[in-house]
Design a protein around this ligand. Sequence first.
Ligand SMILES: [Ca+2]
Length: 333
Amino acid sequence: MTRFIPILAAFALLAGAFGVLAQSRAQGPVDVPARVLTGGPAPVLAAGGSFTDCEECPDMIVVPAGSFTMGSPEHEEGRNSWEGPQHVVTIARPFALGRFEVTVDQFAAFVKETGYQADGPCWTLEKSKLDSRQERSWRDPGFQVDGSFPALCLSWTDSKAYVAWLSKKTGKDYRLPSEAEWEYAARARIAPGSGPRYGFGNDAAAICANGNGFDQTGKKIIPGTTTWSALYCFDGYAYAAPVGKFAPNQFGLHDMLGNAKEWTADCYHEVVGYRGAPDDGSAWVSGECRQHVQRGGSWLSYARLLRVAFRYKGPDERVGDVGLRVARTLSAP
Ligand SMILES: [Ca+2]
């Protein structure tokens, strides 16, 4: 039961009123072949460049170095105290981040090559009921998916195993992004200052053009959600969407807003908020670490939960709206 509660709380949060539980890219990415990264004295990669290290590997975007203000201002509507205090984080070197969330096809390549066991159970919402279902997994998260969908029902351990495999396969440093890297990339700005609450802007009605959240499509189609808080727009997807169906942000990254919540490397420090958090873009892994941070919201998240400063937490369980996006450290030029 103790493991059930955080999962339930997380779902209630992302689902909003679960009724008392029943309520212009940087400069335009330029394709950079992987070999420029792997060859001898590597040329400096331009921010916005993209590469892929192997056929089955995620498409990567080079995120520029810069600084940003992490967290939400105290006056932001719907804010939680643990989104503060706001603090400036400096990302001293460019790094790479997946252009999309890791897809079913990409995760399948990992499972096929290693025999890794990532089958159920997975917590899914079906027939108006959240439950841990043995038959659900990344292959079948409770609704129809194909290889272009984000791989869902992945635990933090599954996600770590995937990036470890990518590293071994490519000889490169693949990893989960830090929470700071994630928020920096989602805000897609390279100078400090409070940016717009949804990354692309402040207009909740425009979310449907920028990402897949819990919208009027979902409310119409998903059983038992009529009392839930939803976006006042239609994004066309009741459940998850294939990756890349929505506009990229200024860094060329798709689906930072909604679709799948994404694991980060960071431990969750709810009580202290960001007091004691690193300011150099590294992951915060010291102290209590019962849960890890997830970011970005999902197809089950309404506007407040899609704010770029919103922080989710989750125990190491498989859940039907949680997947990952990979990061990679870039070699020094
Ligand atoms: Ca939707």
